[in-house]
Design a binder for this molecule. Structure first.
Ligand code: NDP
Ligand code: 8X3
Length: 257
């Protein structure tokens, strides 16, 4: 392929959790810049509306659950059958469930977070990485969280799952040394999406109160960080980006008397 051809071939991004929040905004951002987007999530009707906005030439959608190995295997086979080379995998699908202290938290919620934020993310990576390595091109952008670095009450398993994402991202870099594959972990702080509605099991009023009186990050702010990381020259690897709204900072350590 000549330089001219490679410049005119649109790149392809696979985005998990593209039905709302960061994933949705990221799909729109990349599509506007001429990328092809493969948008994955469980809620097909939300993906349909994304596809309608972006056009079917640009956006392919798939009802997809990152916790289902079958969905991942079928997707990997489909990519190979269609000879689609993935330039960017955004491992964004994830969730927090509950904000109770550990001794009151629902164990099922913990398992769901582990299945989605950890097992889903590693399974997607394991499925798509071999063809990236084979072609010696590609980029994996994981969506971690500041909760993976800083403990807060009720963060328990959610924060731990994002700490996993941080270390897994670094370890991927170690394994991929000598290849052209890039790995980035983006660690947002408070951002207004469906995140809190999900965390509080559909309690919209409780979710709204999280963002009342402050200016949180927006999904577009994070899409911008993802886009910037992905569009730097190939010799530049952003290892991690920690991004908070200005209104958020660090609590002092607690001393109980
Ligand atoms: P949203 O709830 O708006 O979006 C989460 C997305 O993940 C949805 O598209 C949802 O789609 C998808 N998803 C959840 N479970 C699954 C699953 N099993 N399979 C496939 N898709 C799934 O929240 P955000 O956009 O805020 O969250 C995106 C990521 O950012 C998450 O990993 C979250 O932990 C992280 N994050 C969020 C922050 C915030 O304050 N908002 C801050 C730091 C990190 P569907 O339900 O249709 O499957
Ligand atoms: C979500 C960010 O600060 O709500 O990952 O834990 S925070």
């Amino acid at each position: 392929m000549s330089d001219l051809d490679s410049k005119s071939t649109p790149k392809t991004a696979v985005i998990t959790g593209a039905s709302s929040g960061f994933g949705y905004a990221t799909a729109k951002k990349f599509a506007a810049a001429g990328w092809k987007v493969i948008a994955l999530a469980r809620r097909l009707e939300k993906l349909e509306s994304l596809k309608q906005q972006l056009g079917q030439e640009v956006c392919q959608i798939r009802e997809f659950d990152v916790t289902k190995q079958n969905d991942i295997d079928n997707f990997r086979r489909w990519l190979a059958d269609e000879a689609i080379q993935v330039d960017l995998l955004v491992n964004n699908a994830g969730l927090a469930l509950g904000l109770e202290p550990a001794h009151k938290a629902e164990q099922e919620d913990w398992y769901t977070m582990i299945d989605t934020n950890i097992k889903g993310l590693i399974a997607m990576t394991r499925a798509l990485l071999p063809r990236m390595v084979e072609a010696n091109t590609g980029h994996i952008i994981n969506i971690g969280s500041i909760a993976g670095s800083y403990a807060y009450p009720g963060g328990n398993t959610y924060g731990a799952s994002k700490a996993f994402v941080a270390q897994f991202s670094l370890n991927l870099r170690a394994d991929l040394a000598g290849t052209a594959i890039r790995v980035t972990n983006i660690e947002p702080g408070l951002a207004e999406t469906e995140f809190s509605v999900v965390r509080f099991h559909g309690d919209q009023a409780k979710a709204d109160s999280v963002y009342q009186g402050v200016q949180p990050l927006t999904a577009d702010d994070i899409a911008e960080s993802i886009f910037w990381s992905a569009n730097l020259p190939p010799h530049v690897n952003i290892n991690r980006i920690e991004v908070m709204p200005t209104c958020q900072a660090f609590a002092p350590l607690t001393i109980s008397k």
